[in-house]
Design a binder for this molecule. Structure first.
Ligand SMILES: Cc1cc2nc3c(=O)[nH]c(=O)nc-3n(C[C@H](O)[C@H](O)[C@H](O)COP(=O)(O)OP(=O)(O)OC[C@H]3O[C@@H](n4cnc5c(N)ncnc54)[C@H](O)[C@@H]3O)c2cc1C
Length: 410
């Protein structure tokens, strides 16, 4: 039997994971409160892909219609070489027979959908803004979360969804040091324009070494135009701090794309017309062997900060929330539930963190680049068998747990 007393859960951080956690606990009748450092939410960031494994969870929370209203339901993954030649396409989400959609959406819109649902369902006091956590204390009976300039809060367990720069993680891993930079910098932007390809294609072009772009629509306007999210990755020796508010400059990254004027998309034009550009380094942290410290758990990016590739940063935070809610329902003792959570998720996610470094989904393009020496091809069939390309794509889906079998599909 669940009771408010036994499951008074303190969620630190009201981002994608923390808000999903609150909705998920509430749907199971488990009381909780969210403590967020920001004094107001601003629609920072750019696009994020929510694939069927994450949408399964958000749909079960009754959010699918709202996501459809704000985002774009993706139809296909499309891969091109640096000459704009099509290498491989495959349907995605429901178009590939999954039971759930794949939405491409502005991170600010996704966050707003979650925040609005929390306010409506849990009430206006469920998310305490302006509560920057500075540390967590615990004893055999409970936890106390301390905040900068606000009263400390007591609970039974504390869930640290406080993101990449987690202070709770720092408390348990004081010697971890700065984020790990893998030598790749990103510039990300959004541009409003008419649709390209299917109007719902998650498109990857080129490779990091010669210039790489990931492009997909994230918002549909009534006049038929779309907000297109684009993201380039390029090798660099140094980087700025990872902060989703750092502005980027076109001249720092445009060079490889100057001639990328394909018959299906004018890349220099897309970049030049950007509404804004952000600069963000490709950083993560080495996987750790422990997320749970008695009554305190690291979750989402605080537990497993990873390269923002393949839509997995947000998705895995959402899956963390779902998993722990189920385990809290199955275990009378919330501390046992936290231990079971770590046992179930740790190895799976640590593998995703490492795969995102070495073989992200666009490994397909790199494979063809290596086989052709970077030259244009006459027919892709003469370079590599389609089944081999599909196998690379499927391998990533298996590791990231969004294969049809893992997600549910026809
Ligand atoms: C502003 C912002 C913009 C982003 N934009 C993108 C994007 O465009 N594309 C993309 O792929 N990913 C983006 N990300 C990252 C992505 O949202 C996360 O990888 C993913 O959502 C993981 O979820 P999370 O809940 O663990 O972390 P997050 O969604 O990052 O949420 C962490 C939350 O904790 C809060 N917080 C931090 N420190 C404290 C503290 N000490 N006390 C209390 N609260 C605290 C933060 O303000 C934030 O609301 C963005 C993250 C942020 C914070």
């Amino acid at each position: 039997m669940k009771s408010a007393e036994n499951h008074d859960i303190l969620i630190i951080g009201g981002g994608i994971g923390g808000l999903t956690m609150a909705l998920s606990l509430h749907s199971d009748g488990i009381p909780c409160r969210v403590f967020e450092a920001a004094s107001a939410f601003r629609p920072l960031g750019v696009g994020i892909n929510m694939m069927p494994h994450a949408i399964r969870v958000l749909s079960s929370l009754g959010l699918e219609e709202n996501l459809k209203r704000f985002g774009v339901e993706a139809k296909e993954f499309a891969y091109f070489n640096r000459h704009g030649q099509k290498i491989f396409t495959e349907p995605c989400g429901r178009f590939a027979g999954y039971e759930y959609s794949h939405f491409s959406i502005h991170r600010g819109d996704l966050h707003q959908v979650l925040h609005q649902a929390v306010l409506e369902r849990l009430g206006p006091d469920a998310v305490m803004l302006g509560h920057r956590c500075v540390g967590v204390d615990q004893n055999a009976g409970g936890v106390t979360v301390r905040f900068e300039g606000a009263a400390a809060q007591d609970g039974r367990i504390a869930l640290a969804f406080d993101g990449f720069h987690s202070v709770v993680r720092e408390q348990f891993y004081p010697d971890e040091g700065p984020p790990r930079f893998g030598g790749i910098n990103m510039w990300r932007g959004v541009t409003r324009r008419k649709p390209f390809l299917t109007g719902a294609s998650v498109t990857r072009v080129g490779t990091v070494q010669v210039g790489k772009m990931v492009i997909y629509p994230i918002r549909q306007f009534e006049d038929g135009t779309q907000l297109i999210n684009w993201n380039t990755e390029q090798p660099r020796d140094d980087h700025k701090p990872n902060d989703w508010a750092t502005p980027g400059r076109i001249e720092d990254f445009i060079e490889p794309f100057a001639n990328w004027n394909f018959d299906w998309l004018d890349m220099p034009g897309l970049i030049a017309d950007a509404e804004f550009i952000l600069e963000y380094p490709m950083v993560d942290r080495d996987p750790v062997g422990r997320w749970v410290f008695d009554r305190v758990a690291l979750m989402g990016d605080a537990a497993h900060p990873m390269y923002p590739r393949g839509g997995n940063g947000g998705a895995q935070a959402i899956l963390d929330a779902e998993c722990l809610t189920r385990l809290l329902g199955e275990n009378e003792d919330p501390v046992a539930a936290l231990r079971a959570f770590e046992a179930e998720r740790l190895d799976i996610i640590n593998r995703i963190v490492l795969t995102n470094r070495e073989q992200p989904p666009d490994y397909i393009i790199e494979t063809v680049e290596n086989l052709t020496g970077g030259a244009p091809f006459d027919r892709i069939e003469d370079v590599i068998d389609r089944a081999e390309l599909a196998a690379i794509s499927d391998r990533y889906k298996d590791i990231a747990r969004y294969s049809k079998e893992a997600t549910g599909g026809r």
